[in-house]
Design a binder for this molecule. Structure first.
Ligand code: ZN
Length: 299
């Protein structure tokens, strides 16, 4: 039997668990600074697959893929812009194998690093880059595309539209917010959670949300704002393991698996329906969130 769609599972009242960080996991597996993470899909496929399997074993209902920097704009830094299709198809295929028949692959799509506001690139070029990546991820077996860590609305909307118009995948889009000095949440480009929610849904996103930048505690407030603007939309959160502390020049994420699990009920009460991790989270964090979610009955 074919897998249900994620939104169909959510409609039955399930709270779903997503996976945790991939980048730091690759470093633990030996990726060096300056290496192209996405090239690991072609050159160290078994290591990449093990990351996905680790999160499945921890109880994740869905896993991402090693394709965050998989647009031609990002791969160009490594001279790999001609291999977008092969790299992304491999990335989705690896996660597909790791996920097995019953879990979802929500393939990662990150920002291009280009700013439309600066006029260096056109909307058509950005759209085409996302289209190229999205099609390859879908071909590799992605159930959904997880457009993440976005901060500009125009770029987010182009990514969502490219995914909707050229694949049959469900489309998730999450932005990264920071709390400013007036205690408001805004992306780096000044977008509020409410404005993001409205624009993403209008562009055709099936699931909206927020990732990175904050621990669970602040994510509760961001979800509340998105929920108020979009009462019916499924909301996904990939939270960092707290706000990083700089220890000897390195970012250390302070929240333990138990810390994150403790806040899972508050996140669900605020309106989140899919909970997972971003920077600093490990399979242990996801396993703890899984246990916490088992005890939650959807409101
Ligand atoms: Zn992150």
């Amino acid at each position: 039997m074919a897998r249900q769609k994620i939104t169909e599972a959510l409609a039955t009242g399930r709270i779903l668990v997503s996976d945790g960080a991939w980048g730091t996991f690759l470093q633990k597996k030996g990726m060096k600074p300056g290496e192209c993470p996405e090239l690991w899909n072609l050159e160290h496929a078994a290591d990449v697959e093990d990351i996905g399997r680790s999160y499945i074993r921890a109880g994740a209902d869905m896993i991402k893929s090693d394709s965050f920097g998989g647009t031609s704009f990002k791969l160009r830094h490594f001279g790999l812009e001609g291999r977008v299709a092969a790299i992304n198809e491999a990335a989705a295929g690896i996660s597909r194998r790791a996920a097995g028949p019953d879990r979802w692959v929500i393939a990662s799509v990150g920002p291009t690093g280009q700013m439309l506001a600066l006029g260096d690139v056109t909307e058509e070029q950005i759209y085409e880059a996302f289209r190229e990546q999205a099609v390859a991820l879908a071909k590799g077996g992605a159930d959904a595309l997880c457009i993440e860590t976005m901060s500009a609305i125009d770029e987010s909307v182009l990514a969502v539209r490219a995914a909707r118009e050229h694949t049959a995948c469900e489309v998730i889009c999450t932005l990264t917010f920071e709390r400013n000095t007036r205690a408001e949440y805004r992306t780096m480009m000044g977008v509020s959670p409410a404005d993001a929610a409205t624009a993403l849904l209008e562009a055709g996103a099936h699931i909206i949300g927020t990732n990175c930048g904050n621990g669970m505690e602040r994510m509760v407030e961001i979800v509340r704002e998105m929920r108020a603007a979009a009462p019916a939309a499924p909301i996904l959160v990939h939270a960092n393991a707290g706000l990083p502390k700089n220890v000897n020049g390195a970012d250390v994420f302070p929240d333990t698996p138990a810390d994150m699990a403790r806040l899972a009920p508050a996140l669900v009460a605020a309106g989140a329906r899919i909970i997972g991790g971003c920077c600093g989270t490990t399979p242990a964090h996801i396993a703890a969130i899984r246990q916490a979610v088992l005890a939650i009955v959807a409101p």
